[in-house]
Design a protein around this ligand. Structure first.
Ligand code: PMP
Length: 359
């Protein structure tokens, strides 16, 4: 294989090379059976074994209690923006959204289509911090409170789990599996898989059993958690290849020492990069320290006109996809589990050398 670059994309993102190698074989010829996972029936024993192992490994990794169902569904995280109100609220209900970045804002806008109101209980301006809980203004009887634990575009993360009276729903698309979580504090956790869990095309939903059973009758079948829980996430043909590769990622993660080990590594890597940004004159990250994400590190170049040159030169050094999200510009380095420390070291070294150039 040609030398792999360090890929800082926010998702789809870098995957462990050993997982890709195993997938390459399994997708074509699964365990010498002569046919690959791509061709398997989703109700075949071989696929059911893959599916169940993936769920069991995810449960192990983040200690999911027995009274929670785990679903693997189509439609990514955005599909769940609609599924959350459809499964947890009636059209006459209001739900509360705490917004500390662009994805929380998008979740509220989508939720509003299916609710009497998606009430913004708090919103940071700009998106550089998580609003303090003392400033949250809840609606009278919210069906749930929705948070985005790690804002992928803005690099703003919760540093603790908030206490809420209404069921707490968290979008953990970009920080699931990056650290241990206390699942029992949440009613629902959901995440798109294309960051820390595998390829695109699937959402994981971890839902407490008492939240099921209230799905609205007009909910599309593929977003109906109650039906999906009853039918093992197979109301329709599931995204089998993504499910398979996510399972390989979960196994890889267990071999790396699980999320406890990953949390240490992620913290160490992120701190290295933030230190390099804070110590420089050229780079800037505006996020409040306690809310700085360990997964997505956005930064700007304070001298105008240098972004393009930075990105081009970074690419020649094998550091790719450092461009910030199109809505905010600047740079962003995503440091998911598969990013080795050598990638962060190479980036920091490049940033220092770039700063020393006479422009
Ligand atoms: N939530 C967050 C926090 C995200 O980062 C993203 C995608 N980057 C989404 C939701 C939307 O995910 P998807 O594209 O899987 O619908």
């Amino acid at each position: 294989m040609t030398q792999r670059p360090y890929n800082f994309n926010a998702g789809p993102a870098m995957l462990p090379e050993s997982v890709l190698a195993e997938a390459k074989e399994g997708l074509v010829d699964y365990r010498g059976s002569g046919r690959g996972v791509l061709e398997m029936g989703h109700r075949e024993d071989d696929f059911l074994e893959i599916a169940h192992a993936a769920e069991a490994d995810l449960r192990d990794l983040i200690n999911i209690p027995d009274n929670y169902k785990v679903l693997f569904l189509h439609g990514g995280a955005r599909g769940q923006f609609a599924a959350v109100p459809m499964n947890l609220a009636t059209r006459n209900d209001t739900a509360d959204y705490v917004v500390n970045g662009s994805w929380g804002k998008a979740a509220a806008a989508e939720g509003k289509k299916f609710l009497a109101d998606a009430h913004i209980a708090a919103e940071s301006t700009p998106y550089t911090y998580v609003p303090d809980e003392s400033e949250w203004r809840h609606s009278a009887r919210p069906a749930y409170v929705h948070i985005t634990d790690n804002e992928t575009i803005d690099g703003v993360a919760f540093d603790h789990i908030p206490e809420t009276e209404a069921p707490l729903v968290a979008d953990k698309s970009s920080d699931i599996l990056s650290e241990p979580i206390e699942v029992s504090k949440y009613a629902v956790i959901y995440f798109g898989t294309q960051k820390n869990s595998g390829p695109a095309g699937m959402a994981g939903v971890i839902v407490r059993e008492d939240m099921l059973g209230a799905t609205r009758p007009d909910t599309p079948a593929i977003l109906d958690w109650t039906a999906e829980a009853e039918q093992g996430s197979m109301v329709n043909t599931p995204p089998t290849a993504t499910w398979y590769i996510a399972g390989l990622v979960f196994k890889w993660l267990k071999n790396q020492g699980g999320v406890e080990a990953m949390a240490e590594i992620n913290k160490h890597e992120a701190e290295k990069l933030y230190r390099a940004i804070d110590e420089s004159e050229l780079y800037m990250n505006p996020v409040r320290r306690e809310n700085r994400s360990h997964m997505n590190v956005p930064f700007t170049i304070t001298v105008p006109g240098l972004d393009k040159i930075f990105l081009l030169e970074a690419r020649t050094q094998g550091l790719i996809n450092l461009k910030g999200h199109r809505s905010v510009g600047g740079m962003r380095a995503s440091l998911y589990n598969a990013m080795p420390e050598s990638g962060v070291d190479a980036l920091v070294e490049f940033m220092k050398a770039f700063e020393e150039k006479p422009f």
